[in-house]
Design a binder for this molecule. Structure first.
Ligand code: NAD
Ligand code: TDX
Length: 360
């Protein structure tokens, strides 16, 4: 039975990944989830798995090397899936420091701990170990023209403090592979959406605001393009890379689903109207008149688009969930989990929202 060490498992993608893995492997794997529980981490996301005998939660900061080394000393870890990061671009523009701490220095701690646990006296590594570093398409920078795509060979050109910190962490992982032949992979994925996404990100923010009749803030001209992938497809891609990918390789993961932000907002409004039952008071609130063009994000990347050819050819992965289906699943999840939304948007989120959007 393989033991997985998942970092950041209480966040959006991490919690979806843990649910996916237990659905797929049941009792045949063990998962240890290490998370600091920042504003973005929420153990409620994992309440259905909390009592499983093959699941353990450890509250720890990945920058705390004593705590992380101890976990490797006390457990024979076979797979690391490293999600833990500060993940929101707007926050990185306001406060870059914590992005460098967690994303760069935290990744270094994870690499050092796994290396110490897995390295043999002859400088080779124990068999069948894998460290998968979860990264983003934002490291490649911005595409200006239709028909251009990010490939694994596209040079890195990060623009935001967030993407610069992710690029730095990718380079650290690459350097460990090149220098020590450390057994790892990197995946660079496009924008995810789905259940448990924190409502600071575009799709849950628009759903949340529209249902309350609040303004829908569109940065700039609304024509920036993102390539949206349903989060469960990402989880599946990560698992397939660890099981079938070639060691030391980078794989791009993307949905071939590029859409302008304004188009996404219209789809959400239409879908909400379609799904809200007659007589529901929120039906009256959901309206295009809420769309408000606001000041653009500083350094706003124009377009992202992933070419997922390599992962398709080598690993057999492809995006399974069409956007029209994924957005309905997401909206239904938000309808059914109003309490969750209520809890994560009370308190600190209000301060964040006022601070971030007051000048916009
Ligand atoms: P998230 O912000 O929802 O979750 C991050 C998790 O990491 C939280 O549970 C948080 O508590 C934890 N964490 C933060 N700092 C930590 C620390 N110092 N020690 C331990 N835990 C810490 O992020 P997400 O959207 O789920 O993204 C997960 C990963 O996937 C990130 O590495 C991100 O760069 C990458 N990624 C995200 C997307 C996307 O669209 N969201 C796309 C591509 C790649
Ligand atoms: O209020 C908003 N209005 C708006 O127009 C917000 C929050 C966003 N936007 C725009 C900015 C982007 O063009 O929508 C687009 C998507 O924004 P985000 O949801 O903040 O995502 P993005 O900046 O593209 O980054 C996401 O995808 C890549 C994740 O947050 C990253 O962690 C991931 O690496």
């Amino acid at each position: 039975m393989k033991t997985y060490l998942v970092t950041g498992g209480a966040g959006f993608i991490g919690s979806n990944y843990i649910h996916y893995m237990f659905k797929k492997y049941g009792e045949n794997i063990r998962i240890i989830n290490v998370d600091k529980l920042t504003y973005a981490g929420n153990l409620e996301n994992l309440k259905e798995v909390a009592d499983r005998e093959n699941y353990t939660f450890i509250k720890a900061d990945i920058c705390d090397s004593e705590a992380i080394f101890k976990i490797f000393e006390e457990n024979e870890i076979d797979r690391v899936v490293h999600f833990a990061a500060e993940s929101h671009v707007d926050r990185s523009i306001k406060d870059p420091d914590v992005f460098v701490k967690t994303n760069v220095l935290g990744t270094l701690v994870m690499l050092n701990a796994a290396k110490a646990a897995w390295e043999l006296p002859d400088d080779t590594f124990k068999k069948d170990k894998n460290f998968l570093h979860v990264s983003t398409d934002e490291v490649y920078g911005s595409l200006e023209n239709e028909g251009e795509y990010f490939y694994e060979t596209t040079p890195y050109d990060p623009h935001s403090p967030y993407s610069a910190s992710k690029a730095a962490s990718d380079f650290l992982v690459k350097s460990y592979m090149d220098t020590y032949r450390f057994p790892a992979n990197i995946t660079n994925c496009s924008n995810n959406y789905g259940p448990y996404q924190f409502p600071e990100k575009l799709i849950p923010l628009i759903i949340n605001n529209a249902l309350q009749g609040k303004k829908l803030p569109v940065y700039g001209d609304g024509k920036n393009v993102r390539d949206w992938l349903y989060v469960e497809d990402h989880a599946k891609g990560i698992d397939m890379v660890q099981e079938k990918g070639r060691l030391f390789e980078t794989y791009n993961i993307g949905g071939h689903n590029e859409k302008e932000n304004i188009k996404i907002i219209h789809i959400i409004l239409d879908t909400l109207q379609e799904m809200l039952p007659e007589g529901d008071p929120r039906k009256e609130l959901v309206s295009e008149t809420l769309i408000t063009y606001v000041e653009d994000r500083k350094g706003h990347d124009r377009r992202y688009a992933i070419a997922p050819d390599k992962i398709k050819e080598e690993v057999g992965w492809y995006p399974e969930t069409m956007f029209e289906d994924g957005i309905k699943l997401t909206i239904r999840w938000f309808f059914e989990n109003e309490d969750w939304l209520q809890r994560v948007t009370s308190g600190d989120y209000q301060n964040y929202y006022e601070d971030m959007y007051q000048t916009r």
